[in-house]
Design a protein around this ligand. Structure first.
Ligand SMILES: Cc1ncc(COP(=O)(O)O)c(C=O)c1O
Length: 371
């Protein structure tokens, strides 16, 4: 299928108003996502709660869609609010299992939940922003039982080879925990192929579904052996009984969906998944690489240093450019309608399907004037 990227761009009005190169912070939503969210509120406006059963069914349809997207079983995925909450739930469920090895420059939400529960943490140092399996192995001790990593690092764009690391975790008896917030929607993940035990992500970045919905995946091999840190009336096999004396917990991931859920946001996720599936994840991935290649070529004449690993194995939708005073440069660009983020030593540019080559030309010429 040949994708008409101009047509896709039409779905995202914000991409016309701005040179929006900031998917790694939060993507604008598409018209289909807005429509789905609106529909849900319109139903609540005109029908109140009479529509509850329909929404429950629709929620299950979205669960099916996201499970298929991850090559998971429907029972293995649950909706949460965001990554931070999801990672806390995982850290609580794994309490007492052993020490954690994780990456030095993880996003705080990958690290704080484990610190808060007094896990012993060891941090892997990258080599030229790359965390090789060798680097990870060197940090692992006899006491290590859990490996926590982002699929894509928020501040460098390094992409972890999940299949390589997951296969090694399985061979070594380590529990593999992945934060996919900076990749989900841009790069496919097969939880089975990568032997992932637990996965979390938020949906406002590369999934373009707006704030308020996250997903947690629990491999079914953990069902029945975990102590759930939170439960509520929706955690039991038959919630409609509303029997407060029978704690008959579900045997699947949805046990963590403790009460009434954020239906509009979950349906937004469903709409965005339909859009992504229509385009095809293969096409999306290659478009993102195509745009990033164009950016790297454009930057060539500016003589700047790119901090992100450019090798395809480690490459993502994020390109970090070293600049003096990134905050100041990002602010100046913003004043020109060019939206990027300052992250540590560099300027983080993140390109998604709503971008085009012209956006990149505007960015590089404005950057040239500033630096
Ligand atoms: C890797 C990563 N995880 C999580 C988040 C966000 O966490 P939350 O959705 O809990 O706000 C970000 C960025 O904001 C991120 O880069």
């Amino acid at each position: 299928m040949v994708v008409n990227w101009d047509e896709i761009r039409e779905q995202f009005p914000a991409a016309k108003r701005y040179v929006y190169l900031n998917a790694a912070a939060c993507s604008p939503i598409s018209k289909v996502v807005l429509e789905e969210t609106r529909k849900c509120y319109r139903e609540l406006l005109t029908h109140g709660d009479t529509i509850w059963e329909e929404w429950l069914k629709k929620k299950e349809d979205v669960r099916e869609k996201i499970a298929t997207f991850l090559n998971a079983n429907k029972e293995e995925v649950a909706f949460t609010v965001n990554t931070s909450l999801g990672m806390n739930l995982i850290a609580y469920m794994l309490k007492g299992k052993g020490d954690v090895v994780t990456m030095q420059d993880e996003f705080p939400s990958s690290t704080f939940p484990w610190m808060n529960l007094n896990y012993r943490l060891r941090f892997v140092k990258p080599t030229n922003y790359v965390y090789s399996l060798q680097d990870i192995k060197r940090k692992t001790t006899e006491q290590t039982r859990i490996l926590v990593t982002s699929h894509v690092m928020f501040c460098t764009g390094f992409k972890q080879d999940l299949v390589e690391v997951g296969t090694w975790c399985k061979q070594s008896g380590l529990i593999f925990v992945v934060n996919a917030t900076q990749s989900m929607g841009a790069f496919p993940i097969d939880v089975k192929e990568a032997d992932i035990d637990f996965l979390v992500f938020s949906c406002h970045k590369w999934l373009m579904a707006g704030y308020g919905v996250g997903v947690i995946y629990l491999s079914r091999k953990w069902f029945g052996s975990l102590k759930y840190p939170v439960v509520g009336w929706q955690s039991v096999k038959n919630p409609d009984l509303m029997d407060n004396r029978r704690l008959d917990l579900k045997d699947d991931a949805s046990v963590l969906e403790v009460g009434g859920l954020q239906f509009p946001n979950i349906f937004a996720l469903g709409a965005t998944l339909d859009l992504l599936n229509r385009i095809g994840m293969k096409n999306i991935k290659s478009r993102i690489y195509e745009l990033n290649d164009y950016l790297v070529e454009d930057l060539d004449r500016l003589n700047v240093t790119i901090l992100s690993p450019l090798d395809e194995k480690y490459r993502s939708g994020i390109t970090v450019i070293k600049v003096k005073d990134p905050e100041e440069v990002a602010l100046k660009l913003r004043n020109k309608g060019v939206i990027v983020s300052a992250r540590r030593e560099g300027l983080r540019v993140s390109l998604h399907i709503y971008n085009n080559e012209k956006d990149i030309d505007v960015f590089t010429s404005e950057l040239e004037k500033i630096i």
